[in-house]
Design a protein around this ligand. Structure first.
Ligand code: COA
Length: 257
């Protein structure tokens, strides 16, 4: 298991901590595989009652590693990122997130699939998929308009407008905005303790019922977005945007008609 994902176990609570601070916790294929393995094992392990996903006090994650996107982009449903997100979406037990600092790209998307999110007021969320020549992923084109309505969703997903932890609560993406990362983690851990006291079968059944009205549609959207996303990673627009990030310059889309 990679040390860039720290896995901690305390009684029925499994904590997955993103730990690549020198790259703002940017997620690599190896990290996604570690997260997927941990979630798949936790799904089968009856003694795990709740999962907490977090980063550190300054950063949740800057999203998918952009060098990985350029050098070895995901190719489809068997890729590690798909395996991780599938395990998260289909996880039958509660998943809680504690978020501080940047939560970019998949760092925001994955929150849409958590049951409870506790976030620092000043957290910086963003879904800059179009800005990177890509498209919404893992159900965000379905879930975000459902949460915020189509007009706001176009700001968040077409323009990649950033938003804070306070706004994430207003948008229905997070439960509570706390003073800072430490307070968000403390509150998330309290909620995890509370989940551990609840009857697990009733929790799992209720989680399934909450998702039942839309889960089939969500799976269909995830598959469609995934096909487009994988293709977009090979597009000249994405190549320009991703290369611009690694070269620390502004992208130039003027040549694209
Ligand atoms: N992939 C790869 N490396 C990344 C990264 C990413 N997604 N995000 C940050 N890094 C790296 C930087 O290249 C830098 O590495 P270096 O020190 O070797 O040059 C280091 O992490 C610190 O990042 P930096 O940009 O200097 O930090 P910052 O505090 O100024 O900005 C962010 C933080 C998150 C706003 C900024 O890094 C960013 O916008 N990252 C890209 C986010 C993104 O587009 N993600 C993909 C979404 S699909």
């Amino acid at each position: 298991m990679s040390e860039q994902i720290l896995i901690e176990r305390e009684e029925g609570l499994l904590t997955l901590r993103l730990n690549r601070p020198d790259k703002m916790n940017a997620l690599t294929r190896t990290m996604y595989a570690g997260l997927a393995d941990a979630l798949e094992a936790a799904q089968e392990d009856r003694s795990v009652r709740v999962v907490l996903i977090t980063g550190n006090a300054e950063c949740f994650t800057s999203g998918n590693d952009i060098v990985d996107f350029l050098q070895e982009p995901p190719s489809g449903p068997d890729s590690a990122v798909f395996r991780f997100m599938r395990a998260l979406m289909e996880f039958t037990k509660p998943v809680v997130a504690a978020v501080a600092g940047p939560a970019v790209g998949i760092g925001t998307t994955l929150l849409l699939h958590c049951d409870q999110v506790f976030i620092a007021k000043g957290a910086k969320l963003k879904m800059p998929f179009v800005n990177l020549g890509l498209c919404p992923e893992f159900g965000s084109s379905f879930l975000v308009p459902r949460l915020v309505g189509p007009v706001k969703a176009s700001s968040l997903l077409l323009r990649g407008e950033g938003f804070t932890g306070v706004q994430a609560v207003a948008y229905g993406i997070a439960n509570e905005a706390l003073e800072d990362g430490a307070a968000a983690l403390e509150r998330a851990r309290e909620v995890c303790q509370a989940f551990q006291q609840l009857p697990p079968a009733a929790v799992a059944l209720s989680k399934r019922l909450l998702k039942a009205p839309f889960i089939e549609e969500l799976r269909r959207v995830v598959a469609e977005e995934g096909q487009h996303f994988v293709q977009r990673l090979h597009s000249p627009e994405a190549h320009e945007a991703l290369s611009a990030f690694t070269q620390r310059r502004q992208p130039d889309f003027s040549k694209f008609l």
